[in-house]
Write a protein that binds this ligand. Structure first.
Ligand SMILES: [Fe+2]
Length: 290
């Protein structure tokens, strides 16, 4: 197996490994370590069934099922990101289901709105549009390391409120069902967290982050905007141009991501997602959490 960095700060290509087959312990350990260090792992030409994707995901850590009331899931292991309906027709771009998914074009860390955020995600490309629909990934560790020392001191103990509602409200009102709103109340996380395996610090920002606890809302929103801009500068970003049968794994603690636009009215785009469960360590890292 060969692991080759794709940019200075983020991303690695993983080659000469067949992830449709069971992985030995050495391979699994290497992949887990590379995921923490590079944040995004790119595998090409891996035509996995859903069952194989679940097995591969579990080789990297405990799997987290989808939330039953989430439009992309049914409580099972696979979340389907798609703009085609059950009959294979393209869903109109102004349909609520598509607008809900448009929020994926905002920079985010999967599951940051959960009490225990998701550790990682695995995306398998089933149908890819001829142009557009790329996914960009931005490091959260390198930008933190390169912050001025005074900034690090200023933000060290801040806590941030995250919610699914804050993300969806940036796209259109009333995108969330009552049931899903109730299932995803706001949560509070530290602004800076430590990645246990590497000891690196990472910023926890993105579209779910709404306010800084104890700060006036405009001042908090401004700092969150500024940090998001800092993290998403080109030198911290890897842009993935999808091909069918690509499989990407990313560590949600170490990077943000966003989907890019494509002609949603003309072309299908279908990705199957599985997710890796987080652990409770974040709560202990959040001194100002209520
Ligand atoms: Fe996402």
């Amino acid at each position: 197996m060969r692991i080759t960095p794709l940019t200075a700060h983020i991303g690695a290509a993983v080659e000469d490994v067949d992830i449709t087959a069971p992985l030995d312990e050495t391979t699994r350990t290497s992949l887990r370590a590379a995921l923490c260090r590079r944040a995004v792992l790119v595998f090409r030409n891996q035509a996995l069934t859903d069952a194989q994707q679940v097995t591969f995901t579990k080789a990297l850590g405990p799997l987290e099922p989808t939330i039953p009331s989430d439009p992309i899931g049914d409580g099972g292991p696979i979340g389907v990101l798609t703009n085609i309906d059950a009959e294979g027709h393209i869903i109109p771009p102004d349909d609520k289901r598509v607008l809900y998914a448009v929020a994926n074009t905002l920079w985010h860390s999967d599951g940051a709105f959960r009490r225990v955020p998701l550790r990682g995600s695995v995306l398998a490309a089933k149908v890819i549009p001829p142009t557009g629909g790329d996914t960009e990934f931005a490091s959260l560790t390198a930008p933190y390391a390169l912050l001025p020392a005074a900034r690090k001191t200023e933000i060290a103990d801040l806590a941030v409120e995250h919610s699914m509602a804050h993300s969806r409200a940036q796209i259109a009102p009333d995108l969330m069902s009552e049931e899903f709103l109730n299932a995803t109340p706001p949560v509070v996380h530290p602004l800076v967290r430590t990645v246990a395996e590497t000891g690196e610090r990472a910023l926890l920002v993105g579209s779910y982050a709404g306010k800084i606890i104890g700060w006036p809302s405009e001042k908090g929103a401004e700092l969150l905007r500024e940090l998001l801009e800092w993290c998403t500068q080109p030198q911290f970003v890897y842009c993935h141009r999808w091909r069918t049968d690509d499989l990407l794994v990313y560590d949600n603690r170490c990077c943000l991501h966003r989907g890019r636009a494509w002609d949603r009215a003309a072309h299908a785009r279908v990705l199957h997602r599985t997710t890796l469960a987080g652990d409770d360590s974040l709560k202990a890292q959040c001194p100002s959490s209520p």
